[in-house]
Structures are given as C-alpha cells and as structure tokens.
Design a protein around this ligand. Sequence first.
Ligand SMILES: NC(=O)c1ccc[n+]([C@@H]2O[C@H](COP(=O)([O-])OP(=O)(O)OC[C@H]3O[C@@H](n4cnc5c(N)ncnc54)[C@H](OP(=O)(O)O)[C@@H]3O)[C@@H](O)[C@H]2O)c1
Length: 433
Amino acid sequence: MNKSVIRVGIIGAGNVGGALVALLRDPTRREALLDAATGPIELVGVAVRDVAKRRKDVPNDLLTSDAAGLVGLDGLDILVELAGGLKPARGYIETALRHGVSVVTANKALMAECGTELAQLAHQNGADLFYEAAVGGGVPILRALRTSLAGERIDRVMGIVNGTTNFILSKMTSEGSDYASALKEAQALGYAEADPSADVEGYDAAAKVQILSSLAFGTALQGEEIFRQGINGVRSVDVDFAHRSGYVIKLLGIAERVGESGISRRAHPAMIPVDHPLASVNGAMNAVFVEGVRSGPLMWLGQGAGGEPTATAVLGDLLDAARNRFSGRHDVPFTVDTSLQSVPYGELESVFYISIDVLDRPGVLAAVAGIFGDNGVSIQSMEQSGFGDEARLAFLTHMAVADRANATVKALAQHPSVDRIGACIRVIDGGRA
Ligand SMILES: NC(=O)c1ccc[n+]([C@@H]2O[C@H](COP(=O)([O-])OP(=O)(O)OC[C@H]3O[C@@H](n4cnc5c(N)ncnc54)[C@H](OP(=O)(O)O)[C@@H]3O)[C@@H](O)[C@H]2O)c1
C-alpha cells in the first residue's frame, strides 16, 4: 500500500529528543526534510516520564506519559527511541519491530547488548533498525561503514569515541592538570556525569567498539565482554613521559583483524605518536580512524555528544527510514561473520610503557630490570626520575605479548623495592598497536 505520510513517535525529549523535535519542526528546513524523506513526516507523539516538565522545543499537545500506548499506536511507521538504558527501552523497541515499525535509536548500551537480535527481528518484520548516533554522536561513521565502505576489506577501526575521557586527557596534556582536577572540571562543564564510571572506566568506549566492529567486520552484537581498561590510573607523570617521548595518551576504542581469522576488540588508554591524525583530536571531540586495504587511511571527526549534533545523526536515520517506508523497502542488516575468532587481549603484542614508584636505594634498578628479564620482556629504554618518596622508574619495552607484560607488572608489584605500580599502557608506534 502506498503511503502518503510517515507517522513518527519519539520516546524521550531530553538533550537529544528535544533537539530532534526542534529540527523536525524547523520551518526553514521543511522543504529539505520533505525532499530527503521523499514525502511528508508527521510527528504523532513524544513520550516522556514527566509531562508536567516545561520543555522549550516540544508542544504540550504532543507529549504523553504513555510510551507503551505510543508504541502500539495504529499506523505508526517509525519509533525513535531516545530514552536510553536497557529497560524499558528494549521492550518498546522489540514491540515496535514485531509490528513492523522501523526503529531509530541512539542507545549504544542496548545495541551492544542485543543489536544482532534486534536487527534480525527488524529484518523478519520488514522494518529498519538504524542507530547512527550510538557511536560518535554527530559523527556519521556508521552509515559510512555500512554503505560507502561496504565492499572494502577493513583492517582496523580505531577511535576516540568518548568525549569525557578525551576532555580529561586533553586537559592533563595541555595544562598539566592531574586526573582528579581534570575530572572535576569535566563535571563542572557538564562533560562528565556525577558518577563518571561508565566513561572513565571505558564501558562506554567498549560498547561503541562493539558497534563499530559489527559493521566493519561482521562481529555479533550480543553483550560479549571485551577487554577494557579505563583512564583512572593515568597520572600526570605518564602524560609528561609521553610528551617527552613524542607521544600523546588517548583512550582508544580499537577493533582490528589479527591474522586471517582473528579479531581483537578493546578499549584502553594508549600512547600514540604526536603526528598520528588521532593525536590532535582534543577536548570533547570524537574521531574515528579507519584503515582499509584499498581505501587507505580515512578519518571522521566531530562532536561526539550534545543534543543538536547527536540529533542531526538521528534525523539522518529517520529520513533514511522514512524514505524506505515510502518506497516499501527496508535495509538488510549486517551479516554476522561466524568464522572470526576473538583473540584474547593477553595474546596481543605491543610495545608497553610501564611506570613504577620505587624505594630510593642502591640495587633497585638491577632488581627491577631482572624482573623484566625473568618474564621475557626486554627493555627498550628506561628513565629514572625523582628522589626519596618521589623516586620513579619508567620503561618502554620492546614488542612484548600482553600476558608477559602483565606478568612483569604483577611480579614488580610484589617486589619489596616497588612502592606502587603506576601505569601499564600500550604504545602504538607507526600506526600499529
Ligand atoms: N546526550 C548526548 O550527547 C548523547 C550522545 C549520543 C547518544 N546519546 C544517547 O541518546 C539517548 C538519549 O540521551 P539524552 O542525553 O537525550 O538523555 P536525557 O537528556 O536523559 O533524556 C532522556 C529522555 O527520556 C525520557 N525517558 C526516560 N525514561 C523514560 C521512560 N521509561 N518512558 C518515557 N520517557 C522516558 C525522559 O523523560 P523526562 O524528560 O520526563 O525525564 C527524557 O525526556 C541515550 O540512549 C544516550 O545514550 C546521547
């Protein structure tokens, strides 16, 4: 049946939902939206928790507190889920898809948890499931992977996909701030939540890596745990060392091929050379760097968060889904490549930066160097700094397997001359982690 109008319901009118409603109602963009969607879009309702809350962008007559009712509305074509969280968002999305309603969401946690299942449900019911804003906010990287690079063999996707941690690390780098004060500033400016753990412990970046990897390599989205290390252990001394050695510390989300059938997905702080394109991505900005076999290196850069930038990505999805509805088709979800095997983090080789606080007494250096040797990790360079309570040793290793580097750190922690382990950070040299 030919459609004359696409009926859209939105759940959530917060930072992103409110901005999306404003974009949809902007009279100066009416013609552009009509062209892009290939027909008119009607916003039929916006579900929120509290309808009494004053909202500048959403007219009261569109608001409802009955999200389930909106999802079940007869003739609904597209549901936009912008409430966040796993529950009840998952239930609403599943119900919509089962009824053949296309879904647009920005919910990275949900997509990482059960994206493959939801995508199959969408396909079975002739609906679309789009989630561009789930990675990189306003940076349109997912569609680029899904369409422009669909035929390319990608070797690696590496991104600064969490603005909060990039803001903190940039402050530590450019102003010499320590971690605690940089975090405080991020919280004061609204870049970090009161409980920042999802960001600083790498959970958010890990969910985004899963999503990037699914589109770049065909790995499934089914709540699999991947290696994750946060930035809360990074100290200003580490940032200084990186600077003196020609590196910058960034929290990177990485998905890359290992050999013919291996795949590594991880989120962790890394030292990257100052001349790497990602090294100059500062503040709350996001960027994704893609290495394709034939395309060579590519990079997308932009605002990874914020109501308006994120809403533009959501709007792009919405227009795409509307266009599909008008033409009576839907996109096919990505194919899961079951031949790919996850390579455990511990088996990956890299140069490592390891820093330790030590007791300032003779013989310590020899003892510590012996521990590296006992664990099969060879030292590329060493720097000794500070005196007394401040005595510190920093090492760059040669290429070492992560399990060996971790065993070295464990043994160092038990040695009586070692006061405290500082950091153990992978070094990405010449573009290879
Ligand atoms: N903010 C960003 O920069 C950004 C960037 C990328 C992706 N995202 C993703 O976008 C989504 C929305 O984020 P946001 O920042 O806009 O969140 P937000 O400001 O907290 O807004 C959430 C909205 O959802 C509504 N809501 C929450 N639970 C609901 C429920 N059970 N039923 C009905 N409405 C409900 C809230 O209603 P009330 O207003 O009545 O409380 C609010 O309007 C999340 O998945 C987030 O991860 C956000």
